[in-house]
Design a protein around this ligand. Sequence first.
Ligand SMILES: NC(=O)c1ccc[n+]([C@@H]2O[C@H](COP(=O)([O-])OP(=O)(O)OC[C@H]3O[C@@H](n4cnc5c(N)ncnc54)[C@H](O)[C@@H]3O)[C@@H](O)[C@H]2O)c1
Length: 261
Amino acid sequence: MNKRFEDKVVIITGAGSGLGRATALQLAQEGARLALVDLNRASLDESKAVILQKSPEAEVLVVTADVSDVQAVQQYVKETVAAYGKIDGFFNNAGIEGKQNPTAEYGIDEFQKVVGINLNGVFYGMKYVLEVMKKQGFGAIVNTASVGGIRGVGNQTGYAASKHGVVGLTRNSGVEYGQYGISIKAIAPGAIMTPMVEASLKQIGGDQWEAAGQQFVSVNPMKRFGKPEEVAHLVAFLLSDEAAFINAVVIPIDGGQSYKY
Ligand SMILES: NC(=O)c1ccc[n+]([C@@H]2O[C@H](COP(=O)([O-])OP(=O)(O)OC[C@H]3O[C@@H](n4cnc5c(N)ncnc54)[C@H](O)[C@@H]3O)[C@@H](O)[C@H]2O)c1
């Protein structure tokens, strides 16, 4: 196993499930010292247990926090620096899909909730992590956008607004902070089979959600869902020194779906 993260400190939000957990596992195997953040304590503890099973020597700090709460964000950054003294990498990933509805029927509270987590939460994370990284003079940030952040998908008003916002933050901040030795990039995953996608398919297909899933991926050039581990490999590369000159860009990982006519 490549050990690109030996002695490197990485914060991962949304680390209790899906893409966050898969990335935590990958980075731990490569030697990273981790700070795992999630709203859900039980799932965080489970992520830690799974990591320690595979990488018994891993250092894993868990912090329960709501990324839409500014003070909670300041707190997870502070706890990470107190424990490890620096931040090399930040996977700014926690997010929710929200209810699926066309715009006129989209709830105002729902919109605010989705934007509060997916966009404000990503901004707060960048704001306080960048303070630390600027002082250090190094660091890499990967924000989780989505195909819904670079294309119109439909029925995803809050999600689309928030993820397009994440793309904007990434480009803007990447341009600002490159001069300090910091790179900032976003990933735009297509449909990756995680608990979030499973829940979304259940909203569409009810008991028939697996059939709904098959139909959903039938239009993907690769005719399948992506795997969380495939995203973890991309994020690990983007956070590593190998990708230090990749900055202010959005990288799709979607089997080619977003470029299909
Ligand atoms: N799975 C996909 O197909 C897909 C596609 C594109 C983008 N994404 C994005 O990837 C990210 C991760 O999604 P996933 O599929 O792993 O979902 P998931 O639901 O499996 O995991 C998300 C994690 O984030 C946590 N979380 C939710 N709200 C939070 C909050 N306010 N504060 C802290 N933690 C919170 C949840 O508890 C959960 O553990 C999200 O930003 C999502 O929008 C996923």
